[in-house]
Design a protein. Structure first.
Length: 253
């Protein structure tokens, strides 16, 4: 089975039917929808958590995350109570040790759900100061993703080695570009961090003319891992991290 931990509704204008078909074409059984915090200016027109909640209520094979503007812990808690399995994608301009980021981590700590963060200067959280947050919240599971996360793999790997509560999301062009650069480096990366790497796609419908980074990354994983590591990255790690009982979750139909 395959779990995709990173997808969006209305991503770059993609409609719901195209999203469902896109996930089927990749062979995905379960997809996590990451809403915006309600400010769509920098988020590719992705809607907020209510739209994700309503979609998941009407479709098998999908879960959703909680999100809200910085400091709005009440909304995060409300959607966790409705069944959100994580918080994210956190994507606003702030340093990695920002009290605004800590407001999300406080809820994650209280409710034992992970936080997925977009690391990118200006358009996201800055990776450079993030070690402070990892030290401050050692029991919170953080998932790293995006441009700076994958461009600075020396920093990323150092943080992964020092902080067992940190996970890596391989999604989007940034993930695929970094992982396709050197096969031997990527093979070692997959092997070393096999219990904390999560498959995500974060790509738009390929019929739009854009490449399907999710499918390309799956192909990389297939070539560069053995069966045990491949199953961990594409299924087991996400199921464990999100505390899923797959015997009661219906796949995409």
């Amino acid at each position: 089975m395959r779990i995709d931990i990173h997808q969006h509704l209305n991503f770059l204008g993609r409609n719901d039917a195209a999203l469902i078909q896109h996930q089927k074409d990749m062979g995905i059984d379960l997809t996590v929808l990451l809403p915006s915090d309600g400010d769509d200016d920098l988020k590719a027109s992705v809607p907020g958590p209510e739209a994700a909640y309503q979609f998941v209520s009407a479709h098998d094979g999908f879960l959703f995350a909680a999100n809200a503007p910085p400091g709005d812990q009440e909304t995060l808690i409300a959607y966790i109570d409705k069944g959100a399995k994580l918080i994210g994608e956190i994507k606003f301009n702030a340093p990695g040790d920002s009290p605004d980021l800590w407001s999300y981590a406080e809820v994650a700590q209280q409710y034992d759900v992970p936080v997925l963060i977009h690391f990118e200067p200006i358009l996201g959280i800055t990776l450079d100061e993030f070690a402070t947050t990892l030290h401050r919240f050692p029991t919170v599971k953080f998932i790293g993703h995006a441009v700076q996360w994958w461009a600075q793999m020396d920093v990323t790997q150092m943080l992964l080695r020092e902080h067992p509560n940190l996970y890596a999301d391989v999604s989007a062009r940034s993930g695929h570009t970094a992982l396709s650069r050197d096969e031997e480096v990527t093979r070692n990366f997959f092997r070393e961090f096999q219990s904390r790497i999560l498959f995500g796609s974060d790509c738009s419908d390929p019929t739009s003319g854009r490449p399907c980074h999710g499918r390309d990354t799956l192909a990389l994983i297939e070539v560069l891992t053995d069966t045990k590591v491949r199953e961990a990255i594409t299924y087991d790690n996400a199921a464990h991290l999100l505390k899923l009982d797959m015997t009661v979750i219906a796949p995409i139909t």
